[in-house]
Design a binder for this molecule. Sequence first.
Ligand SMILES: Nc1ncnc2c1ncn2[C@@H]1O[C@H](COP(=O)(O)OP(=O)(O)OP(=O)(O)O)[C@@H](O)[C@H]1O
Length: 612
Amino acid sequence: MKIRVLAIAPYPGLKDLLVDMAGDDGSIDMDVETADLQEAIPLAQQAERKGYDIIVSRGGTATLIRKHTALPVVDIPVSGYDILRVLTLIKNANSKVAIIGFPNVCHGGAAVSSLLDIDIPAYVVDHESQVEGALREAFRSGVKIVLGDVVTVRTAQEMGYHGILITSGRESVTEALDLVRRVYEVYRRGREQMRFYEQIMAADSRGIVVLDETRTIRYANQAACRPLGTKEDQLQGSSLILSSPSLAGLIKQAEEAMQTEMEQYVHMQERQFRVNAIRHRVDGKQGWLVRLEAVEQWRIDQLNPVRIPPRVVSFDQLIGSSSALQKTVSRAKKFAASDRSIWISGEKGSGKSMFAQAVHSASKRRDQGFYMIACDEMTDEQTEMLLSGTAHAPGLFEGGFGGTLYLKNADRLTRFAQTKWLHALRRSNNVRLVASSLVPLTKLQHRTEYSVELLTMIAELQLNVPPLRERPEDLEEIVRVMIADYNSESGKQIVGIRDRVLERLVQYEWPGNIAELENTIQEMLITTRGHYIESGDAAEVLERLERPDGSRVQAESYVQIDLSGTFEEIEARILWHVLQEEGLNQSKACKRLGINRTTLWRKANKLFKNET
Ligand SMILES: Nc1ncnc2c1ncn2[C@@H]1O[C@H](COP(=O)(O)OP(=O)(O)OP(=O)(O)O)[C@@H](O)[C@H]1O
């Protein structure tokens, strides 16, 4: 195989010589172009893509293009012969002569002229922009003829003086071609080794991304294109923040926390990825080696009621040391170790989703997907799409899903959806189900409209998350964490909450539980100007909370009634919600519903059999 060489000759005569000499060389396949300095840059930039192995050029042009290509650039030297030739030419000239050029030309010239005992001053330049100044200086001191490189000669001529080009002769080109063969051998070995590593990385099913100290992507393999949503060649050299702000955010966090290794789950391009990043230091500069692994193959596409919760929750993130919470945590930890389905009941906003995620994170399926399906938001059509697939996408279980499915508000599945789930689950035995509902399981078991078979499947174990009012001792701790989170987001420096405010918070019933507490504290924090949440900062929010009937207003705003199914089914759901909110007190429920006790009794009896 011949070495593919692109020669860029800064003057036409060199092109002819190169074409002539390359024709005789069996090991080199050379194309020659004529271009000087800046004109040569685009040629050099395209050379690698065009399949050249090495570039050959001369003097200032060679130095310049080296900065614009990853290929090796071999410089045709200005040899002693070249200088000797030109000095022989001008040795009898009566006019004063000088050499002006880059160091290689000047040093050679000075050496040869001193050997020949001719006095030729040399003006060394490091950049083409200095040539004009050097020429002026030479001409001022009486120089009439300048010897030099292409840029020297051209500028001298433009200034109205005589310039003689030191051309490269056959010996210099022979020397350059020898160097091409030697450089190529080293380059070939290096390239083969690099290709070997590149092929290994390219074949890896994990996405591999190498970042430099500015979080710019230096390398990305094929598998990294999917999560980053771009083509391989567009990724290299681009900033991570543009390709994946979420991943860039995680790396930034890890840097700020001075971590040298980080493992996280990230949601990118509608899929979940496990991210493992290791900090590296090359030549004193820091960077990251990031590996991205798809947690599973199924993707969400446009199904809104199916979501990936934004963060990984572990049991440690559940705040509260009350025995009520700790008992639930210890029960949930035991459940996590088994692979059985869990039914989590609890009031609105009490932490059911957090428990579901913590169970997943502590289970053997932690490396697989966790999807939350909002059952009350799914239309029957969407359930069908999710479970049976569409023309463009496989159904959830056909897509090889093997993680945890969290069926949020599973009590609100329509009859149609229940049947669909039942069929799908009968066929799939590799999924962990966690379901949640506001309704205690015992109540649901009496509902005629709910499939007993499905319940048996999705409620093998039961967990009850205690409402916040049953563990008031946790409130202060939760508020403290909320303040800390808020400080880091907002830059404020709030250090606590006054006892008077805390007491009033503890006395409140919290029908919307921690979700409601979060909103309340958030509002107080926004209005707080000092270091503590003072009574004044909290007054308006507290008054609203403590308004007579305030809790009911709050509770009602959390209720979502599923309007699918027959009128009787919808009526049943409304009836059930009102009864539940009134603590199963029929008189209060009748008053709110505007029906008499007999009607309620009849409907309730029909719906809940022996329940009321
Ligand atoms: N023990 C806890 N410690 C800290 N934060 C909590 C805790 N429990 C719940 N939260 C927070 O309260 C909010 C509500 O929690 P979550 O969504 O898990 O409740 P839920 O019972 O699933 O709500 P829903 O009834 O809407 O399904 C979330 O922002 C969650 O992070």
